[in-house]
Ligand binder design. Sequence first.
Ligand code: 6PG
Length: 232
Amino acid sequence: MTPNVIRTTNFVSDAAGFILQEARAALAARGEFRIALSGGNTPRPIYAEFGGIGRELPWEKVRFTFGDERCVSPNDEQSNYRMARESLFAPAAVPDHSALRMRGEIDPLLAAQEYEDQLNLLATQRGETIYRHDLMLLGMGDDGHTASLFPGTLALEEQTRRVVSNFVPKFNAWRLTMTLPLLDQSRHVLFLASGAKNRELLEKVIGGDRTYPAARVEPVSGQLTWIIGETA
Ligand code: 6PG
């Protein structure tokens, strides 16, 4: 699948503007905006910017989910939820019920099942067989992982479950992650790669080198976009 690639020296503002545009389109079309947040460091300034330019959005009609989470408490500095709360939810006064948090603080197997059940219920309530995100935000690690789908890990090969726990040997830690079948149901997948990302790896992934998990995200009937930060 050939992605749409946007290269920009205004990475944060262009990414935040893109998300706002997607939000307005989804709200106009379906009266809600379902967005999955990615974790790590790259998104933090983008979420802060989005919360600022999107302050007029009807947050009660936005459903935030998480593409993955570390198996830590929500107050741990490693928590993706904490990062989103600090950069977006708190400053933009997003109501608690608008964010569906992966409970990293409980048993990983139970937390994954709980999250999958919650998404399946939301889908069923809308007559869907699988939850369909309007916008799936993803990042890429230096090994080509995305969400918590790391090379050589079981979750990467999952073709049935929507959310699983995944042991990541390189960190000797458990993670929670959405799987490719769920990611690929998104109406729009947006990868965010700052200027700090390895250019050679980026080109391999964008070129479709399936050695890397990020290259294996292929929306079934949605769009795939990369916004790549460039140094001026
Ligand atoms: C996570 C993320 C992960 C992230 C990449 C890139 O929980 O870490 O979901 O997939 O997007 O590791 O992280 P950076 O943006 O910090 O480089």
